[in-house]
Design a protein around this ligand. Structure first.
Ligand SMILES: [Mn+2]
Length: 287
């Protein structure tokens, strides 16, 4: 049997909205009826100090450290994370990349690139920096916590439509694959085909709900009109499940939802299948 770890990591200091903490908490409270979550302690003090070009630096550093320690303690085969900011994917991706010796494609379903360095970031929000740290750049102390380094060819930015100039320049220079929302809407299988063609077997799926258009989902922290539809997102996940093995996923950056929104998140969760086991069918976490 595969050991799966479910993480509740509502890190919110990486952006301007404490509501992403509340959104994560609401979802986890409904999921706890059938899934066991390990909680990463998150500070609720709103006074954040900027250091090393990162808002809330010390707090974020200690929270990331706790996430890494928790994962290392359980040594899971797969990890599902509810966030929080996009930065909650750093520890799971770093661990899984090491565990699968680099045979891991990371699908970053997000309106944004999240690929700034602390220096290139205009906002200084850590939520816009996770991928660059996974690529071995960015803050040195955070880098010291990580045990592996991703290669640019492991990353697929999907549904991306809002990039800073420095991000666009880096993506082009590093040769990182980017698939715009229009391509996904007309051909949701593109991602699974691309990953298979590159020879990867294992996949990590990061889902920032802002990959969806504002009309498709109303509760994203950074909504924008031109995203993909919910049907497209479902088809993307089905395509990935058919061809590849999902060993990690994160669902992040949403505010507390009404019943409609919770139902939409549930539809997404129904399609998260880890190592051929459906997340929603399983009882408990470590299995
Ligand atoms: Mn985003």
């Amino acid at each position: 049997m595969c050991k799966q770890l479910n993480l509740f990591f509502p890190e919110w200091q990486g952006g301007p909205y404490r509501q992403v903490y509340d959104g994560a908490k609401q979802l986890v409270e409904t999921l706890e009826k059938r899934l066991l979550f390990q909680k990463i302690f998150v500070d609720l003090n709103e006074k954040l100090v900027t250091e090393n070009n990162i808002i809330g630096y010390k707090t974020i550093l200690s929270q990331q450290m706790e996430a890494i320690e928790t994962i290392n303690k359980y040594q899971p085969d797969s990890i599902f994370t509810v966030g929080g900011n996009c930065s909650v994917g750093i520890a799971p991706i770093d661990y899984l990349n090491r565990r699968f010796s680099g045979d891991l494609a990371v699908v970053w379903l997000d309106a944004h690139g999240d690929i700034n360095t602390p220096e290139s970031s205009l906002s200084k929000y850590f939520t816009g920096m996770p991928i660059r740290h996974l690529l071995g750049e960015g803050d040195a102390e955070i880098g010291c916590l990580l045990s592996s380094t991703l290669k640019p060819e492991q990353i697929i930015l999907a549904g991306t439509r809002s990039l800073d100039a420095a991000e666009s320049e880096y993506i082009q220079k590093a040769g990182i694959k980017i698939i715009p929302p229009e391509t996904l809407d007309s051909s949701p299988e593109t991602i699974a085909h691309y990953i298979s063609s590159k020879g990867f077997k294992y996949v990590y799926v990061h889902i920032d709900t802002d990959v969806l258009s504002e009309t498709a989902f109303h509760f994203s922290a950074w909504p924008s009109k031109t995203g993909i539809s919910l049907e497209t997102l479902i088809s993307i996940l089905e395509g990935i499940n058919r061809k590849l093995r999902v060993v990690g996923a994160s669902l992040v950056e949403f505010f507390p939802c009404d019943e409609l929104g919770m139902g939409q998140l549930q539809l997404i969760l129904n399609k998260l299948v880890f190592n051929k086991h459906s997340l929603v069918d399983t009882q408990g976490c470590i299995r």
